[in-house]
Design a protein around this ligand. Sequence first.
Ligand SMILES: Cc1cc2nc3c(=O)[nH]c(=O)nc-3n(C[C@H](O)[C@H](O)[C@H](O)COP(=O)(O)OP(=O)(O)OC[C@H]3O[C@@H](n4cnc5c(N)ncnc54)[C@H](O)[C@@H]3O)c2cc1C
Length: 481
Amino acid sequence: MNKTYEAIIIGSGPNGLTAAIELARNGLKVLVLEKAETIGGGTRTAELTLPGFHHDYCSAVHPTGILSPYWRQLPLEKYGLKWIHPPVSIAHPLDGEEAVLMSQSIEETAANLGIDGEAWQKMLHPFLKKPHGLFEDTLGPLGIPDHPFLLVRFGLKAMLPATWLANWQFKSHRAKALLAGCAAHSFLPLDMAFSAAIGVMFAVMGHTENWPVAAGGSTYITQALAAYLEELGGEIQTNTLITDFRQLPPAKAYLFDTDPLQLSNIAANELPKSYIKRLQKFDYGPGIFKVDWALDGSIPWTDKRCLQASTVHIGGTIDEINRSEKAAWEGKHCDKPYLIVCQQSEFDSSRAPKGKHTGYAYCHVPHGSTVDMTEAIENQIQRFAPDFKDLILARHTTNTEDFKNYNPNHIGGSISGGSNNLTQLFTRPVARFDPYSTPNPRIFICSSSTPPGGGVHGMCGYHAAKSVLKQVQKQEVGSKK
Ligand SMILES: Cc1cc2nc3c(=O)[nH]c(=O)nc-3n(C[C@H](O)[C@H](O)[C@H](O)COP(=O)(O)OP(=O)(O)OC[C@H]3O[C@@H](n4cnc5c(N)ncnc54)[C@H](O)[C@@H]3O)c2cc1C
């Protein structure tokens, strides 16, 4: 590393690459350093089970990717990113009755919610008048919003426990289950304040665009970001684990696409002790246990319409899902866990050999758990898709320890940059006016441990880059005086 750079980014996840792009677009010479052999962090695809079966190791379905206010401005399609839209975003099977389906059409969705169809539309209509305005105001740090009335309206629902919102808005178990399935992506018990936020947001996203998958695998998101970055003159170096600040070449700015604990260790001598202490108090929340399958055919759902959805939420009623999420939060394992199941190969034939399919599911488990949840997960799928187990050709499992080994950011198996509890939802990793900056004007954090948190959208990286550009400008003005 003898060359000189203006900004060094540690980590090549979607946020690291996005930060690098925004800095390079502003004329900075940037270098991205990645620990692993391949770039991409949570957006990587590999043959985890059998040859010819391409599995998304982490992110699979990308509502936040296609709707990212920053990525929408980038020419990523020119660099090979192609979104594939399923006809339906979410299927939510229920025992002994038709599944609930959520698609872009709010009317079609309402039609399968029975007596709550109108209430579903009423709850979401105000946000669907200006969805991109809502995404711009919420997918970033706290600040002065461009659409204050819309944001207040959203906030009044988002701040509630999902169970309260569901009981307030709906009469039947179908709409309550649909909202619960979306809200449980938050990793919060559904009777906890702010657990409704991600639920309402995901529903708004689903009625704005059907939740897509990336053609060829999530790795194509990474490849497109990296190709654009390289065209802008940015450089990437893999197989470079940073454990000590002294490994880094001189630069004006260092951006950490890492968890707060690594930042506190790597930059221990560069940051005040008080700030380090606050980073070390960061709460990572529950982890996950994931299974990938090579399958001999499509998942044989009892309600065949479930095959139209990129994501299937398994877990039954709101009470059952709440029990599962509460268990993981309280350090317990649930024998009927809430699952996020993804069906990429139903819409992208490049993922598996002809006639075969990939399967993907995970459940939330206590922080650091090494309990094998394979049987509980497969039983839950079998509950709504009898004969599922007969289709399994091979499986690959990942527990919280494996995730941490794969990517050091996944502390205790946490996959969304840390807990989304009240104190960390907007002010992560610590409460600061500019959460991307640190007390050292050269050091920044750009990972999903900053606002707006987990998900493949690059918005943490974009806002961190903006913070860097402000600082660099200040330094330039200072040096001219
Ligand atoms: C199993 C799973 C399923 C998910 N599903 C979805 C989904 O369907 N949709 C969605 O939108 N999101 C999903 N997510 C979340 C999403 O992947 C993350 O929120 C996103 O990848 C975070 O991006 P990031 O850039 O902040 O960090 P990461 O993606 O974690 O990237 C950080 C990178 O930094 C590298 N790194 C870390 N420490 C160092 C170091 N010390 N030195 C050098 N390099 C280092 C890592 O190797 C990694 O490549 C999922 C995540 C997981 C794990």
